[in-house]
Design a protein around this ligand. Sequence first.
Ligand code: PAF
Length: 250
Amino acid sequence: MSDVVAFVPTMGALHAGHLELIKRARLLSPNVVLSIFVNPLQFEKSADLDSYPRDLAGDTAKARAAGATKVWAPTYEEVYPEEIVKISAGELGALFEGRERVGHFDGVLTVVNRLFAVVKPSYAIFGEKDFQQLFIVKRWVKENQIPVEIIAVPTVRDGDGLALSSRNARLTPEDRKSALVINRALRASSRDEMVAVLAEEPGFKLDYAEIIDEESFQIADSETRLRRGIVAGWVNGVRLIDNMPLRTEE
Ligand code: PAF
């Protein structure tokens, strides 16, 4: 049996987006490890941590049906057996998502580092939905020569275009209609247009809308080759994020 491991790190509450990650992992190796660990270090508010949905039996069944060969749900002590050595996500960790969620990306890198140390994967699969997380993890792996290949999987969307997220369960049908403005905005071809589309929806409270350079995650400029719109905001108390490559007919 191959000792190549394809790893899907998650915090549980699995939806079809996670199942795509597992399917992709299966194409890379017959050994697919899925972890379920709600990492306290990446939550800024303890209420969010406490209310995070937990359904180990349901998640395990879904993960196995999608092709995971091992589901690993470690305890806090298994992940952090010693004093925590925190990893910093640097300046980018404080931008965009990091502005709203201080310390979040440090927490993500710290747990990813620990999970990789235990699972020792050859591949780790991340969704593009959390594009800043994906970028920060990729950069950390490259800079530190971590021997894991990071594989990105495109965002899975519902038929109406809303990106799948465990938070969508908290949206009423009315909220969902408001949330769809994000998808419409991301189809704009400039930041101004994106912001104007978002402003048309009274049920949406903008946090940020930017066009970034995919290669640096800085605000795009005239030199930028690959542009991506990133949006975050609130619908009735639920924070939603999404991103898409920018349409190029500028
Ligand atoms: O994207 C997530 O679910 C989490 O941030 C991750 C990568 C599992 C780390 O806790």
